[in-house]
Design a protein around this ligand. Structure first.
Ligand code: MN
Length: 340
């Protein structure tokens, strides 16, 4: 199956206009079921990009797969202009890339691949039809960094923060300690956790595990926009009931997220400074415009050296789909639904 990468059989080119400052908002973004290519006809649940919210900070793509027993065999395919975070909740994935890495991706560990000007990788499950539940996230690289050298980081130890029944694993950026940003005391009592991951814009990503009956006020940066995806159980976030499935977009200008868990629950928190650049996303490429995408597709199709070679697969690779016949017309972020 094609589980944790964007292997749409018929990818649609998506324009992500630079963010307007929407301020504080509450918007529930439904997951779209996206059938992927391949003989098993797998389906992922995609919440980013969405029609109304293309990006949350630089987070520009979020797919969820499983839990499902399956053999995952994603052959070498290219990426540009982004970083990928493969975040298994259950199961392990073998990652091989054209920068020479061959690693196991395990739950609770960060595997951050930087596509930059171009990289290729493969992703295979381990063992015989293992149980897999995984998230695939993409971070758009800002204009000055989109063409950087490709690379890969694995962080087997990530910082955690524990408070009032919450255990947060911070895989990107920083959580807590924001009182000091404004020069004041950090009076939240939550503490601070900072991920060692290399990112290129102000960003946060954290895996939140909550005990039954817990209620926590999580300090966040008011200049960031935030969103929460429940992957197990259910939560109330900023007064809004949130089941597993949709993405709750919360806008900017919050200093605290109030999170309550009636039962045990697990969720992903994403946040970042509203992304300043227009983006075009198609297949596995993030570009500045249509021509960026067309060049990347042509280079992959021609087998140029741009994306390197992933060893262990012979000449097998995922072919690029056909480009859409029309050039893209960028569209704006739609007006948010404001509370009250
Ligand atoms: Mn991929």
């Amino acid at each position: 199956m094609d589980g944790v990468t964007n292997l749409d059989a018929k990818p649609v080119e998506t324009a992500c206009r630079s963010a307007d400052s929407d301020g504080m908002t509450v918007e529930l973004l439904a997951a779209r079921e996206v059938p992927l290519g391949g003989i098993r006809g797998m389906v992922v649940r995609r919440v980013l990009p969405s029609r109304t919210v293309p990006t949350v900070g630089a987070w520009c793509f979020l797919d969820q797969f499983g839990p499902q027993r399956t053999d995952m065999r994603v052959l070498p395919h290219p990426h540009t202009g982004l970083q990928t975070v493969t975040w298994p909740l259950v199961g392990q994935i073998r990652h091989r890339d054209s920068a020479g890495n061959d690693v196991l991706v395990r739950p609770g560990q960060l595997n951050l691949m930087t596509g930059g000007r171009g990289i290729a990788h493969s992703e295979f499950s381990v063992g015989d039809a293992p149980l897999l539940h995984a998230l695939q996230l993409w971070v758009a690289l800002p204009a000055g960094s989109a063409g950087i050298d490709p690379g890969f980081e694995q962080h087997t130890e990530l910082p955690t923060l524990e408070h009032d029944g919450l255990r947060a694993t911070v895989f990107i950026g920083q959580l807590g300690g924001f009182g000091r940003l404004g020069g004041g005391d950090d009076s939240s009592g939550v503490g601070t956790a900072v991920s060692p991951a290399t990112v290129y814009s102000p960003l946060v990503g954290a895996d939140l595990e909550l005990a039954a009956g817990s209620r926590v006020g999580l300090p966040v940066r008011p200049d960031f926009e935030h969103a929460v995806l429940v992957v197990d159980g259910e939560l109330t976030v900023a007064g809004t009931p949130l089941p597993a499935g949709p993405l709750l977009y919360l806008g900017t200008r919050r200093t605290e997220l109030e999170i309550a868990a009636p039962g045990p629950a697990r969720a992903i928190l994403l946040g970042g400074e509203p992304f300043p650049d227009d983006l075009v996303m198609w297949w596995n490429f993030v570009g500045r415009d249509h021509d960026d995408i067309a060049r990347a597709r042509a280079d992959w199709a021609a087998g140029t050296t741009r994306f390197g070679h992933v060893t262990g697969h012979g000449d097998e690779r995922v072919p690029a789909p056909a480009l859409p016949a029309v050039r893209l017309t960028p569209r704006r972020r739609r007006p948010p639904v404001r509370p009250g």
